[in-house]
Design a protein around this ligand. Sequence first.
Ligand code: ZN
Length: 274
Amino acid sequence: MDKLIITAAVTGSLPTKRITPHVPITPEEIVRDGIACEKAGASLIHLHARNLQDESPATDYGLFAAIIDGIRANTRLITQISTGGRAGMAYEQRCERLRLQPEMASLTTGSVNFPNSVYENSPALIEALAADMQRYGIKPEVEIFDVSMISNAAALVEKGLAVPPLHFDFVMGLKGAIPATVENLVHLRNSLPPGSTWTAAGIGKAQLPMTTHAILMGGHVRVGLEDNIYFRRGDLATNQQLVARVVQLAQMLGREVATPGEARKILNLPEPPG
Ligand code: ZN
């Protein structure tokens, strides 16, 4: 079994300081949490940016640049930028950040209902983002909210818009998307193209059980305040605590944790210069 890659999804689009004081918002806070998560055992960081005025999801290139520069200067973490956007957000606003050439970027291969909105990813938008990632040498992390998105990813490979082996992230337990059950996790894993790697990201109270199953099944794990703000019921978590808990679980379950260098080998990523 490969060593365990722990992804830290430190901020996302939704939690604000009012919901949890632990969520990082400014580039400085996001970099600080990245450093802490690497120390705790993470090897990959999944990044969003936030507008400083109202903490809403940001598309500003300068904010993404400040975050990526800070992570690169202070950690060995694999950098992964989200290309997510809310309904109606234009392709231009979602692709510009790829010019920063993170090692990976998320690519959602279908549309899904979120609790109060549509997460819209048309076939044309998916193909345009996939083509951009190829142009910049960025490996996609295919974000899966439903089983059909796996076949959509396989279709990208057939069109020459993505190169296998693909890496997938199963986002499970979000209202509107695939429920976080063991049966669904096994089915998603069994539906992957041969040779693929995968990560499980359980939302809310699904984070701990999906993490545990993924460790045992040979998958990888994503935790962090983007997906879940609680350490246990009623007890707010920090990003670092959530990563540290995965390391403890992995130790108890007999799975070794990957360093950033080992994670790059597992994901077929070249070592960054320097
Ligand atoms: Zn995200």
